[in-house]
Design a binder for this molecule. Structure first.
Ligand SMILES: Nc1nc2c(ncn2[C@@H]2O[C@H](COP(=O)(O)OP(=O)(O)OP(=O)(O)O)[C@@H](O)[C@H]2O)c(=O)[nH]1
Ligand SMILES: [Mg+2]
Length: 459
């Protein structure tokens, strides 16, 4: 038998809820009310059920034995998640009941659904576009409330409508260009038309499309930040106040604080959320030429952490001020952005020099300012100021937005250099096609299988 593949249209069933002890489980099916009826104690009631109605009864095994008491929710095409006739069974929770119900449904003729197959069918039946389909998986995996909120925006169609309106801007120009090209083929090019040929029709809309594509491309950095978070390392010389600040930010006495320099030997991490951004905060060992071999190992490990951090908080004990070693550290080029922190502001640290943020782990002074500065730096360049605007959320979307942006930039460049329209129009067409691929108007089987294959079974 052939491997079942997406789009074979066979009736499918899957357990949609987690297999663990719980009050209820849901086993969902799609594609046939008749097969569902055959595994049910009151088949006629299910066969006759109107869409969006619930029938109480028992799922029966192939031998007619009762498997579980259930509520069968019946949906009629096209008013269901997949757009097909479907029946969801709410059965008792736990592992055994759900598995037995699924087995009875398979015995009745359903095939077990592939990962993401329900959503795949919803896409094929025009219930949702690809940006919404991707947001479904995003929602299932959301780690913070902010990540959930962003996924819901895309599920509601924010991204789809932004992509469509950028595409419309390009189509305005492309349609006029193609009309002109057809016309000039038929009738020869007159002097007036020759002159017009040097100008891209609706250049302003193409320019606006270019700006909006750039905004979309840069939104990816932010969306990824909210989804995956960033690593922030707390660094500085021994006794600078790193562990105290770390504890203040994680709101817990996690790291040992002591007046003895060299207290923190190995790095310690904790996840915090600042303005909805998940941050992996890492306290490190004080940086110095250590004599003790264990401290030396700690310093080496800390330097490794600094190498992979997205952001470094570099602390200087404000009561002592910075010295040549601090300046040397700050002068080194590094991948991560650096925020300069002047600590112990409560203990007569005095006003910090320009460009430093004064904080006190003891009194809390400057901590809120520091937290905002961290998020602002991480969000920089990611259109942070415009949170209402749609953002892109997957590598797939990013590659296609980049392709569209490159094609539009090329079209504008050719136009500025007075190239003829028949060279410019294909660039606009390529951009429109790339945008169509984002929403799924243009798609290939391979791409769809790869994308939906990452979904969970039952979604
Ligand atoms: N007054 C005051 N003292 C602080 C503050 N932060 C830290 N200290 C003191 O400074 C000393 C060193 O603090 P730590 O947080 O252990 O410093 P550290 O940078 O982690 O030190 P090492 O782990 O040794 O590198 C301790 O005695 C703390 O109580 C602060 O905001 N105000
Ligand atoms: Mg410490």
């Amino acid at each position: 038998m052939d491997r079942p593949s997406y789009g074979d249209g066979a009736p499918v069933a899957a357990i949609a809820t987690a297999l663990s002890e719980s009050a209820l489980s849901v086993v969902r099916t799609s594609g046939s009310v008749e097969l569902a009826a055959r595994a049910f104690s009151r088949p006629e009631r299910v066969r006759a059920a109107a869409g969006n109605s619930i029938v109480h009864g028992w799922v029966l095994g192939s031998d007619g034995a009762r498997v579980d008491e259930v509520l069968a929710s019946v949906f009629r095409a096209p008013r269901s998640y997949t757009g097909e006739d479907s029946v969801d069974f709410s059965c008792h929770g736990g592992v055994a009941a759900a598995r037995a119900v699924l087995a009875a449904l398979v015995a009745a003729g359903f095939r077990e659904a592939l990962p993401g197959e329900f959503t795949f069918r919803a896409f094929l039946n025009g219930k949702l576009d690809l940006t919404r389909a991707e947001s479904v998986m995003e929602l299932v995996g959301a780690k913070t409330d902010e990540a959930r909120r962003r996924a819901i925006g895309r599920l509601s169609g924010d991204l789809q409508s932004e992509i469509s309106s950028v595409k419309d801007l390009l189509l305005l120009s492309l349609a006029a260009a193609e009309l002109y090209l057809d016309y000039s083929e038929d009738d020869g090019v007159g002097a007036e038309a020759e002159e017009a040929a040097g100008r891209l029709p609706d250049r302003a809309s193409v320019q606006e499309a270019a700006a909006r594509l750039d905004a979309l491309a840069s939104s990816y950095r932010m969306e990824r930040l909210f989804r995956d978070g960033a690593t922030v390392a707390v660094a500085g010389k021994p006794n600078a106040g790193k562990s105290s600040l770390f504890n203040r930010l994680v709101r817990e006495e996690r790291s040992i604080v002591d007046a003895t320099p060299g207290t923190t030997r190995d790095w310690i991490e904790a996840w915090i959320a600042v303005e909805g951004v998940p941050l992996r905060l890492v306290d490190t060992a004080g940086l110095r030429e250590a004599d003790h071999p264990i401290e030396r190992m700690g310093v080496e490990r800390s330097l490794a952490v600094l190498g992979e951090a997205d952001l470094v908080l570099y602390l200087v004990d404000g009561t002592a001020g910075s010295d040549a070693e601090d300046e040397a550290f700050l002068a080194e080029p590094r991948r991560a952005r650096v925020i300069r922190v002047w600590t112990k502001a409560d203990a007569g640290a005095g006003r910090p020099p320009e460009g430093w943020i004064a904080t006190s782990a003891r009194s809390g002074l400057g901590i809120a300012e520091l937290a905002s500065a961290m998020v602002a730096l991480l969000e920089e360049g990611g259109n942070a100021g415009d949170k209402a605007r749609a953002g892109i959320a997957s590598e797939r979307q990013k590659l296609l937005v980049d392709a569209a942006a490159a094609a539009v930039a090329e079209a504008l460049r050719l136009d500025a250099a007075h190239y003829p329209l028949d060279l410019i129009a294909p660039e606009l067409r390529a951009a429109v096609d790339a945008l169509g691929e984002i929403t799924g108007e243009v798609s290939t089987e391979d791409m769809l299988e790869t994308m939906f294959g990452r979904f969970c079974v039952g979604k």
